[in-house]
Ligand binder design. Structure first.
Ligand code: 5RP
Length: 224
């Protein structure tokens, strides 16, 4: 079985009747959404908040009832989402799919945050994957220069010959740091830059990491 499918489907086991959940974005949580769609058809009652337009579409197709954020009075029970890198301390890089801002918001509104990855995402130190930073389009060139001064190689994310635009109307600058020895400090420093909306470092957020392996086995480990 595919490692992403194994991890994604396993996460569905943590979701029970009556829960209000957050649904992440990407090809691993895709399998959670597909599995939840099956369970909903079998009678599971849940409501979900999607972290992207892409996930909203998938959830609708799967028949999962959606919950408008404006109606949310209390934290979500659980959010399931993927990641691009996971450190030994369960710090994450996210945003490969460009949904980092909504993903961080929804995860922070959740009592529990479960991360689903295939084994290749587990690294000894964060930073080989370029860190996605969501920035406002106005003056992005200056923001990029300031990001460079923080020790990375910044590249504006492009799609079809034009800047990639997030669901929030912003740009993404992918910042190649090479290594990020102190993600906690870096996330604070990045978010101090005026043009930065949010960055893809998720520190002290994951409660459980579900890691899929190519033979279809899954290992879980408690997060921070
Ligand atoms: O952060 C994300 C999207 O913004 C994704 O969760 C991350 O890129 C992992 O994606 P995939 O499961 O497809 O490898």
């Amino acid at each position: 079985m595919d490692a992403k499918k194994a991890a994604g489907e396993k996460a569905a086991e943590y979701i029970s009747d009556g829960m209000r959940i957050g649904l992440g974005t990407g090809s691993t949580v895709y399998w959670t959404i597909v599995r939840l769609g099956e369970l909903v058809k079998e009678g599971l009652r849940i409501e979900a908040v999607p972290t992207s337009v892409q996930t909203e579409k998938l959830a609708r197709e799967a028949g999962i009832p959606l919950l408008p954020l404006a109606r949310l009075q209390a934290p979500l029970d659980l959010t399931v989402d993927g990641a691009d890198e996971v450190s030994p301390k369960d710090e994450l890089i996210k945003g490969g799919g460009g949904a980092l801002l909504r993903e961080k918001l929804i995860a922070s509104f959740s009592d529990r945050f479960i991360v689903v990855v295939d084994h290749s995402k587990c690294v000894s130190e964060l930073g080989r994957f370029p860190l996605p930073v969501e920035v406002v389009p106005f003056g992005w060139e200056m923001t990029s220069k300031q990001l460079r001064q923080m020790g990375c190689e910044p590249v504006l994310r492009m799609r079809d010959g034009a800047p990639f635009v997030t669901d929030n109307g912003n740009y993404v600058i992918d910042c190649r740091f090479g290594s990020i020895p102190n993600p906690g400090e870096l996330t604070v420093e990045l978010n101090k830059l005026p043009g930065v909306v949010e960055n893809g470092l998720f520190v002290n957020m994951a409660d459980l990491i579900v890691v899929g392996h190519p033979n279809g086995t899954v290992r879980t480990k408690s997060g921070t």
